[in-house]
Design a protein around this ligand. Structure first.
Ligand code: NAP
Length: 297
């Protein structure tokens, strides 16, 4: 496993394990502990979750595992996210964001209780709240750091404008932007976010590197075209197609950290294997253009 320094004190494994789908896995606490141990055996020491996953249930299930095995918590870097809520309006629920000081402080303390942890290594604002006051949000994140509730702060799904605004209010200390990127999703290339992160030497965390599995299951033309090219390149390198997708993400100069969302150790192995694969420079562009969404002029 490779490890990447995100600042002077924080180091993450290059491949991260995500737990968004944990509540679908129907794992007992013991099975979850065994799964976590499997991650650690592979050198995957960074775990990603969020308040909103399973309506807080994901953090609770992880917390039960950490309560039983506090030694595992000590060996990992734990990332969670906040800022997405649901209001009950009559018989319907309505999703919205809240990045105000009081709500963030309350959410962080509640997350730590659920997770049975004293601190988070990294706490992210989950989505780019259109009503975000960067100075107020920064005050909350700074106070959490001062109080030892979190070690570092960052964001997820932010565009360059909102990232710059909050990073300014945070005195340039935002650790990362966790963003979606895979062979059929180029939002953050088209927004200039990837260029900004590369320039600032801020390593992005990458969610849904396999497009949530749709890369392998969807019959939509963009997925079919992308997968056909990925399979062709996988044959050239004698590895599984998943490995090529991870190698493609790792190749970029931004130094991205992909988050694997599978609950299958063999699929995590295929992600880790990408650290040994070096794509030809032109192969990066073959995948970039494969879905037909990005043009090489
Ligand atoms: N910041 C955000 O807004 C945000 C949003 C979404 C996710 N995330 C984070 O990113 C992590 C990863 O996201 P993700 O789960 O979407 O990642 P992903 O690795 O792209 O997708 C994982 C899904 O793909 C399936 N899959 C993998 N390989 C497959 C194959 N060859 N054929 C068919 N299905 C396959 C997996 O099924 P199996 O389990 O059966 O292998 C799993 O359901 C999440 O856990 C979460 O921590 C963050």
């Amino acid at each position: 496993m490779d490890y990447i320094k995100l600042n002077e004190t924080m180091e993450f494994s290059r491949i991260i394990q995500g737990f968004w789908r944990l509540t679908d896995w129907e794992f007992t606490t013991d099975r979850l502990i065994a799964f976590m141990e499997g991650c650690l055996e592979r050198g995957v020491t960074t775990f990603d979750t969020a308040e909103v996953y399973g309506d807080t249930e994901c953090e609770s299930q992880l917390g039960k595992a950490f309560q039983k095995r506090p030694d595992i918590r000590e060996r990992i870097q734990l990332v969670s996210k906040t800022g997405i809520y649901k209001a009950r309006i009559g018989d319907k629920t309505f999703g919205y964001y809240n990045t105000t000081y009081d709500r963030l402080m309350q959410s962080c303390k509640e997350a730590l209780q659920r997770l049975h942890c004293e601190y988070l290594d990294l706490y992210l604002i989950h989505r780019e709240d259109p009503c975000l006051n960067p100075y107020e949000t920064a005050r909350a994140l700074k106070d959490m750091k001062k109080q030892g509730l979190i070690k570092e702060a960052g964001v997820s799904n932010f565009d360059p404008f909102k990232f710059e605004a909050l990073n300014h209010a945070m005195d340039g200390t935002l650790l990362t932007n966790q963003i979606e990127w895979n062979p059929v999703c180029f939002e953050h290339f088209n927004s200039g976010m990837m260029d900004m992160l590369t320039k600032e030497k801020i390593h992005p965390m990458i969610w849904s590197p396999l497009a949530g599995g749709r890369l392998f299951t969807s019959k939509e033309p963009v997925y079919v075209k992308a997968l056909s090219k990925i399979r062709e390149i996988a044959v050239r390198h004698g590895v599984e197609p998943e490995t090529i997708v991870y190698a493609w993400i790792l190749y970029h100069p931004a130094g991205a950290l992909p988050i694997s969302g599978s609950n299958k150790p063999k699929r995590l192995d295929r992600a880790v294997k990408a650290l040994d694969v070096r794509l030809e420079h032109h192969e990066w562009y073959e995948i970039y253009a494969a879905s037909g969404q990005q043009t090489i002029r």
